[in-house]
Design a protein around this ligand. Structure first.
Ligand SMILES: CC(C)(COP(=O)(O)OP(=O)(O)OC[C@H]1O[C@@H](n2cnc3c(N)ncnc32)[C@H](O)[C@@H]1OP(=O)(O)O)[C@@H](O)C(=O)NCCC(=O)NCCS
Length: 212
């Protein structure tokens, strides 16, 4: 199955998505950002790039979509027609040639189905398209799920920030990808994308659609 066939859409985050995003934010983080932080990101931070993932209803009459290589561009620019519930979101700040991933979360009921990977692949692709040459992020030392995801996509630890999180003074690991342009990274992303499409069978997608 090609990603273009999936009933999933990734689009730039808009203010109208924020109520759904806040639901996911509160169930995902012990220090959730307040809604006004997202409002500020969307309206005042030119460096910020945020995306939402939602499903669209099946519309077999849709024109065939282009191959995966061109798909992000299609996905991120599609109009917000037929929007279903938001299933996840993520974002980064484009700081010169570095994309710093500021957040990534998937609705609890929809985890372990590849949606986090899908969002991460989309963000890395968009970051590269916008001129970034690598991605960085911070992750809690205790957040083994997210660390496993990032490791799967080539992130490596390059530092540790002591007592970074104010709620429990937990350390953050600072992770970074290899250069996007490196052959090894391109090969890794292609392989992961192929694997992901293999996993996202129609059965799985039907299940996603029935879960709300
Ligand atoms: C991290 C998060 C976004 C992953 O989303 P997801 O849709 O469940 O992840 P996926 O199904 O795409 O999983 C992709 C990979 O992530 C890793 N992973 C995800 N959840 C995991 C878990 N509970 N335990 C171990 N590894 C996990 C695995 O490597 C997995 O690959 P695999 O299926 O081949 O084992 C999700 O758990 C989440 O929203 N967590 C709360 C918010 C958060 O911590 N965000 C990261 C902040 S830095």
């Amino acid at each position: 199955m090609d990603l273009a066939d999936l009933p999933l859409v990734i689009q730039p985050l808009q203010l109208a998505h924020l109520p759904a995003v806040m639901e996911i934010e509160r169930e995902s983080f012990s220090l959730p950002w307040p809604e006004r932080a997202y409002q500020h990101e969307l309206t005042h931070n030119d460096l910020a790039h945020y995306y939402v993932l939602y499903h669209r209803s099946f519309t077999p009459s849709l024109a065939p979509m282009p191959a995966w290589q061109r798909l992000w561009q299609v996905m991120v620019r599609r109009p917000a027609a037929e929007a279903g519930p938001v299933l996840g979101y993520g974002g980064f700040w484009l700081l010169y040639d570095e994309a710093h991933i500021s957040t990534l979360a998937v609705r609890v009921t929809h985890r372990r189905q590849g949606l986090g990977e899908l969002l991460l692949i989309a963000m890395l692709g968009e970051a590269q398209r916008l001129g970034a040459s690598r991605a960085t992020l911070e992750v809690r030392v205790s957040n083994v799920a997210a660390q496993a995801l990032y490791t799967k996509y080539g992130f490596k630890q390059v530092g540790q920030r002591k007592a970074y999180y104010s709620d429990n003074r937990e350390d953050a690991l600072l992770l970074t990808t290899p250069e996007f342009a490196s052959l090894a990274f391109q090969d890794l992303i292609s392989a992961r994308r192929r694997d992901l499409m293999g996993r996202m069978s129609q059965t799985l997608l039907d299940k996603i659609l029935q879960m709300h």
